[in-house]
Ligand binder design. Sequence first.
Ligand code: HEC
Length: 170
Amino acid sequence: MRNLLYLTIFVLAVGFVYIGTGLGGDASVQASKLWSSMQDAKYQDNWALWPGKGKLYKGTHPHGALLTTYINEVAANALKAEAKQMPKGSIIIKENYMPDGTLGAITVMDKTGEGKDDYFWVKYTPDGTVEVKEMEKDGKKMSVTLAGKPKGCIGCHVASTGGIYNIMTR
Ligand code: HEC
């Protein structure tokens, strides 16, 4: 009987770990789901542009020379209401274009929780592949998958723009 109890606990524990990795543990999986949902939503046809910005407005480093920023309905309503923070479910898609108008990358912020820094960050190449940045640290080569909570994205947003938390005031 006792063995059965242990077995049950073991099976449950393995099950939870399995579900845990499947749902959120793997940023690449989450990124490809997000990409599919963006395509299903046909965001280029159906979503609003960032208020006050047209298509292909002049960009700021390191985002493209030309930018087009789309927001979903949750984000659009929050901006209209002048909310202090983006609510859960807000998605901001920034298309980064090169000076000649070629699409270079797509950077996305997906608000997955109510907390002020509950953003899922991702950088895609134009075909929807998550970008992997090759870096060298202490002489060792390493690659950073730009999905989830990449330090580069967060660090700069906090420093140069008054913080992702101030996203509403920009
Ligand atoms: C060196 C600074 C810097 C880095 C690194 C950076 N960003 Fe940004 N980001 C900015 C600035 C500045 C803006 C405002 C640009 C604009 O729209 O004119 C911005 C805007 C955005 C926006 C539109 C929403 C907003 O806040 O205006 C998204 C989405 C975004 N960045 C995603 C990312 C992702 C994903 C990464 C990492 C792969 C990243 N950024 C890395 C500086 C940075």
